[in-house]
Design a binder for this molecule. Structure first.
Ligand code: ATP
Ligand code: LTN
Length: 329
């Protein structure tokens, strides 16, 4: 299969992003053709500092390589290095009813959060995402649950373009993990809400975070009344979230983890979750440290990635231009 996914450059990658999406992307590399993109154009929809964006983009590349994205297997590139994304987004805009964009959950949430900056980009965000995806004609788009709506719009736009101008685009499937497999890792402080890097730091765990901080954050994570370590997201959202995290990191079924800690009580369970996370994340942290000093190598990987991505995207774009009926010279 051909696979495409994207991540915004801003903010530290947390275990929600990692367990919900990126760990699988690493696994998918071995038997698929993968395009992984750093979505810097999308980042502009909320306020950014121009002098920090490039560094954040480079830093995100470091993070992706540290978790195991392998440039020998996958095409790792930066969205703004492939101009076809914005060009196709414009064409798709003209096929997108405004009402469909206004209904998007992410738009509603972000426009509440950034009341002083509800820009057109925030509304148009999913159309650019559709362009990101469709240009590469992928079969699957692995994302977290919160992005399903955007992939559905992508399918809709592919259908609409194909019906209006002639078939070019594939309708890709959203590849989403099951709930207990990490589709939605919850906030440590409010386990009814998804873990999000834009919330205060004590609600999430960065995957490269200091070991002491990981211990402290897990120890102070909200748990539920009672003392049984049991999986029940409705009644015990806090403990269920920690069970999910343990199960994914240890690669053991939730039931097995539940059994292991059944009679042990919350405190020893939390301690075990912290220790497991620390030992599994340690090698990623040391990989990151090494890569941070190799800027020339990083830029070369992104240069090669842009070249490969451009080759595929410009071919699709050329075909789209022809179908739309633009003058050829
Ligand atoms: P956040 O909400 O944490 O600010 P985001 O969703 O805006 O992050 P990205 O960093 O671009 O943005 O997300 C990368 C991937 O991680 C996406 O596929 C997204 O669906 C997934 N993801 C984000 N948060 C979670 C979570 N709590 N649980 C599972 N998957 C998640
Ligand atoms: N919107 C996504 C990031 C993203 C993406 C994409 C994901 C941008 N373009 C294309 C999959 C495919 C997010 O906020 N997580």
């Amino acid at each position: 299969m051909r696979i495409l996914s994207g991540i915004q450059p801003t903010g530290e990658m947390h275990i929600g992003n990692y367990l919900g999406a990126w760990k699988r992307l690493v696994e998918l590399q071995t038997s698929n053709e993968c395009f992984y993109m750093i979505a810097d154009l999308h980042a502009l929809t909320v306020p950014q500092k121009a002098n920090e964006l490039a560094q954040a983009t480079l830093q995100k590349a470091v993070e992706l390589l540290s978790i195991g994205i392998d440039p020998e297997h996958s095409t790792l590139f930066v969205q703004s290095h492939v101009s076809a994304h914005t060009e196709l987004a414009w064409i798709l805009n003209t096929l997108t009813p405004l009402g469909e964009l206004e209904r998007m959950t992410q738009f509603k949430e972000k426009s509440k959060k950034y009341r002083a900056n509800i820009n057109a980009g925030l509304l148009d965000y999913p159309v650019l995402q559709a362009a990101d995806i469709l240009l590469y004609l992928p079969d699957g788009v692995p994302v977290g649950k919160d992005q399903i709506q955007h992939v559905e719009l992508t399918r809709e736009l592919a259908k609409r373009f194909n019906a209006t101008y002639g078939a070019i685009f594939k309708e890709p499937k959203a590849l989403v993990a099951k709930e207990e497999e990490g589709a939605k890792i919850m906030s440590l402080k409010d386990p009814k809400k998804k873990m999000s890097k834009s919330d205060p730091p004590d609600t999430w765990i960065g995957i490269f975070e200091d070991e002491g901080i990981i211990k402290r954050k897990i120890a102070s994570a909200t748990t539920d009344s009672g003392k049984d370590v049991a999986y029940n997201p409705a009644k015990k959202p806090g403990i269920s979230n920690l069970l999910t995290i343990y199960s994914l990191v240890a690669e053991q079924p939730i039931r097995a983890v539940e059994k292991k800690f059944q009679k042990k009580g919350y405190a020893p369970f939390k301690k075990a979750v912290a220790e497991l996370l620390i030992s599994k994340l340690r090698p990623l942290r040391s990989e990151k440290k090494q890569l941070e000093s190799r800027e020339v190598y990083l830029r070369e990987i992104l240069r090669q990635g842009a070249k490969k991505a451009n080759a595929v995207a410009s071919r699709t774009m050329e075909e789209a231009r022809r179908k739309v009926g633009f003058l050829q010279i």
